[in-house]
Design a protein around this ligand. Structure first.
Ligand code: PBG
Length: 332
């Protein structure tokens, strides 16, 4: 047989870049950063090599390290000085995130996205108000509608502190609509919402829960985060958030859910973000420490694959290292 169709013709060094279908740029990336009100110096996060909890006073410097790599946006997570039943430090005017946002605004040019959730702020580690007998009946832990009121307060206080974008991650029904309404009434009409619209109940969040000290003290998050078995439900969640006024939709985690990233891409015309979560980061690091994987190569390939699946933006702990390589002219 004579072979005339030869896809390999387009794989030589000269032509590869011309026919490349997907590209990655530092401006696609968002770097998560952790600000901690209980520390005076940076504290390394063991399960997330290269990442640290940073004191409020040092957050400007930390964020400038990010922007120097070419990454322009950060997602800010706070660890408060104290926790209580309702997570009241989440909406305090002098809360850890509010203080950090003011500093980022004053000291950097970064685009600051505020994560909005209560699991780092509540004594029980759940993402909202828990009902009194929750410990006995963990199936019905978080009171959705009561939590919405706290979400509203927190969004307003984050916007007042200078958040450029609000990112609610608690998976409460109606959270996007409540935030949009509150922001608009307070004249924050220009502050967009990035909804963690499609967030699965995933074991890949383990290292983050150590980092942000937000593991639930009892029960789990199965009745508010999505079942990993479900794909159609992701489209339903995404559409509800579009109706409520979300500006950007996120899928989380990323790599084990690339089919869902593609689905959300095809069913909405909003920008789609994917969160390459702590467990995805930790496993590549662990394997590379053993010498089993080439960290730089697998990190780049992972992010490229997330874009290929349909994500416009990627939240990733690899943001800085990958951006440095991209800025140095490396293709992924
Ligand atoms: C808080 C929140 C979590 C993550 C981001 N925001 C943890 C959780 O839902 O348990 C996980 C991020 C990561 O693993 O990198 N709701």
């Amino acid at each position: 047989m004579e072979i005339t169709k030869r896809p390999r013709r387009l794989r030589s060094d000269g032509v590869r870049p011309l026919v490349s279908e997907t590209s990655l740029s530092p401006s696609d990336l968002i770097a998560p950063v952790f600000v901690d009100a209980t520390v005076e110096e940076r504290v390394p996060i063991e399960s997330m090599p290269g990442h640290e909890r940073v004191p409020v006073e040092g957050i400007g410097e930390r964020v400038r390290e990010v922007t120097e790599t070419g990454v322009e946006a950060v997602m800010l997570f706070g660890i408060p000085e104290e926790k209580d039943e309702r997570g009241s430090r989440a909406w305090a005017d002098d809360g850890v995130v509010q203080r950090a946002l003011r500093r980022i605004d004053e000291e950097t040019d970064a685009y600051a996205i505020a994560d909005l959730c209560f699991c780092e702020y509540t004594s029980h580690g759940h993402c909202g108000i828990v009902e009194e007998d929750a410990a006995e009946d963990p199936r019905q832990t978080v009171d959705n509608d009561a939590t919405l009121e706290l979400i509203e307060r927190t969004a307003l206080s984050q916007a007042e502190a200078g958040a450029d974008m609000i990112a609610p991650s608690g998976m409460m029904d109606g959270m996007v609509g409540v935030i949009r309404d509150a922001l608009d009434r307070a004249d924050f009409t220009e502050v967009p919402i990035m909804s963690y619209a499609v967030k699965y109940e995933s074991a890949f969040y383990g290292p983050f829960r150590d980092a942000a000290d937000g593991a639930p003290a009892f029960g789990d998050r199965r009745h508010y985060q999505m079942d990993p078995a479900n794909r159609r439900e992701a489209i339903r969640e995404a559409k509800l958030d579009v109706e409520q006024g979300a500006d950007t939709l996120m899928v989380k985690p990323a790599l084990p859910y690339l089919d869902v990233v593609r689905d959300v891409r095809e069913h909405t015309d909003l920008p789609v973000a994917a969160y390459n979560v702590s467990g995805e980061y930790a496993m590549l690091h662990a394997a590379s420490e053993k010498g089993w994987l080439d960290l730089k190569a697998v990190a780049g390939e992972s992010l490229l694959s997330i874009k290929r699946a349909g994500a416009d933006l990627i939240l990733t702990y690899f943001a800085e290292s990958v951006a440095k390589r991209l800025s140095a002219g490396r293709q992924m």
